[in-house]
Write a protein that binds this ligand. Sequence first.
Ligand code: SF4
Ligand code: SF4
Length: 369
Amino acid sequence: MQIEAIEPPLALLAEVTHRCPLQCPYCSNPVQLRGASGELTTAEWLRVLTAAAAIGVLQIHFSGGEPTARVDLPELVRHAVSTGLYTNLITSGVLLDQRRVDILAEAGLDHVQISFQDAEDVNGDRIAGMSGAQKKKREVSAIIRRAGLPLTVNLVVHRQNLERLPEMLDMSVALGASRIEVAHVQYYGWALANRDALLPSRAQLDRATEAVDAARARLAGAVVIDYVVPDYYAHLPKACMGGWGRRFLTVTPTGLVLPCHAAESLPGFDFPSVRDWPLGEIWRSSDAFNRFRGTAWMPEPCVTCDRREIDWGGCRCQAFALTGNAAATDPACGRSPDHGLLDVAVREAEGEPGPFVYRRIGGKAEAAG
Ligand code: SF4
Ligand code: SF4
């Protein structure tokens, strides 16, 4: 792909902090988490938001960690709104209350996505690694709706909650969600470390798909339900991030700019920082964004495949996690010579689940159990 052909990014994921009171074992943050020291300052984030709008970004997704752990979040939202960005908050909800939601609504926040671990409190709190989390999330969801903010409920599903997907869908509707995102765990970072505990069986997946189909029929016209079959049971890969460097960029808590939120798991990259480079230059000219952009980097069978500009060869992080080669065809593709690697994991999913390795700042070594 030529530099001239590069279109502006659609959305920026602002990971404003890695701090989070929850410890989800599928967290998409890197295994080596950063603490508060080294986080971008308020002034630095304001500059990032201004630059994002200037290069054509339309949507900003405030995420983390838990983005509400930053007390300057309302200031960031207010500034993003003033530059014309659509603002979405992706939160666990557990640090919010009436006062903080009102301040965010007053700042102009457009939309909230709140995640739930289960419909059942004991298991939900166990997965989150936080007692009382589920109850708090329900309370905060009601506050969000009373504030007039549209609500999406994110249901991250896996082997240890998938049986209750029908109840989780009912719970989301009762909470007032206008959209429900049923997201199967993606296996890199913390989730790869927990794959034995999280990967569902084929029978579980089939029942979950039936539950989604039934809910979609029942709720048609009232609630949108997004659902994608997990990669390990797919025969064609997803267009991960809409293609590397085509639609999305992520800014990490310390200011690194990534083509995808998991890209730090890839070796051989020197990801540029907003502290050193203008955002537009990073998007257009950096090696990090150009390495897997377009189709020139592709190996066989992708390079001669008629789907190469549909799925862009799938997920680079999954290719590396499974094959050790970030430039390999995503093994989720049935045409990949490495597709059999998924079969091994799927067979293991029929056995007893392993224990969770909880997400903690300080890294995997400290996170036994
Ligand atoms: S996935 Fe869980 S642990 Fe990770 S940032 Fe979200 S709420 Fe926190
Ligand atoms: S061979 Fe490559 S381009 Fe073709 S479907 Fe598979 S991953 Fe996509």
